[in-house]
Design a binder for this molecule. Structure first.
Ligand SMILES: O=P(O)(O)OC[C@H]1O[C@H](O[C@H]2O[C@H](CO)[C@@H](O)[C@H](O)[C@H]2O)[C@H](O)[C@@H](O)[C@@H]1O
Length: 270
């Protein structure tokens, strides 16, 4: 594989050029591991300013919609974009030009597609308690709580065997309860009380915008659901980093995400 423009594989650069020439497009990206490098503590994650700039530039182009589709709660995701970027997005003439989607594809600006029921809230509270009990026995483990899910984080557990034991306890215990949707991620096990799909979120955005094609960058397990929905001949699925994937294209890591987005913006403006 040869690498030319901005260190991107030539085959990908050709696909980006063809994608950028289409009349109407959606450009989407995952947040952690794509727009923002992975860090030890979720609260410390910050996006690459160059990637955010390119994304906001894209949103300002005609017939170009952007989306950030994250596993984070939507409010948390919004707080992570720079105030300057948020101000530029808020000033766009068409609000549909930029969409932030949280909770792995199920939380849009008007909330969840189906509200979380009292029963699901109760289930979620119980899951948090159970994960906290597990985390308390494995120093370094922590529990994140989101509107429809809770996450056991083991990235900072010292021994790999202990991290795996914590995950395994969660898999055998709370993850196995009826009504729980468990997803493995990067040093995490997430337990949701609703079914989520980044693929459905991309379908919705495609439908709303009437776009000819969708490009999406993702690095983790939940992004595979997004890649699985990019079946159009002109769609571009890009896996960021290592690991098995349904995506046709791959870049080495999040440091190249800005280059991909900038290339699409430049080609589209040309
Ligand atoms: O869909 P994403 O935007 O990629 O969100 C997926 C999860 O990201 C966060 O966890 C991951 O990033 C953390 C910060 O770099 C890292 O410490 C952790 O190990 C990763 O799994 C976030 O905390 C989760 O809520 C998201 O679901």
């Amino acid at each position: 594989m040869t690498h030319g423009m901005a260190g991107l594989p030539d085959e990908l650069t050709a696909a980006l050029r063809a994608f950028a020439a289409l009349p109407s497009v959606v450009v989407g990206s995952d947040f952690d591991g794509c727009l923002a490098p992975i860090v030890s503590h979720p609260a410390d994650a910050r996006p690459d300013p160059a990637a955010v700039d390119a994304l906001v530039d894209l949103a300002a182009l005609p017939d170009t919609a952007i989306a950030v589709v994250s596993g984070r709660a939507r409010d948390d995701l919004a707080e992570r974009l720079t105030p300057a970027a948020l101000a530029r997005l808020a000033a766009l003439p068409d609000p549909a030009s930029a969409t932030l989607v949280g909770s792995h594809g199920s939380e849009f600006d008007n909330g969840f597609s189906s509200p979380i029921t009292d029963e699901q809230q109760k289930l979620l509270a119980g899951l948090v308690t159970e994960l906290e009990a597990i985390a308390a026995r494995f120093p370094g483990a922590m529990v994140e709580t989101k509107p429809a899910s809770t996450v056991l984080h083991v990235r900072n557990v010292d021994a790999a065997a202990d991290a795996e034991s914590a995950l395994e306890e969660a898999r055998r215990g709370p993850a196995a309860r009826p009504g729980v949707h468990a997803t493995e991620g990067k040093a995490v096990l997430e337990l949701a009380v609703i079914e989520t799909s980044k693929g459905h979120a991309l379908d919705l955005l495609r439908e709303r915008t009437g776009a000819d094609a969708v490009l999406y960058l993702g690095d983790d397990v939940t992004d595979e659901k997004a890649f699985g929905h990019l079946r159009g001949a002109d769609d571009v699925a890009i896996k960021v980093g290592d690991g098995a994937t349904l995506a046709r294209y791959r870049i080495a890591g999040p440091e190249l995400v800005g280059a991909v987005l900038r290339a699409v913006a430049d080609f589209r403006r040309a």
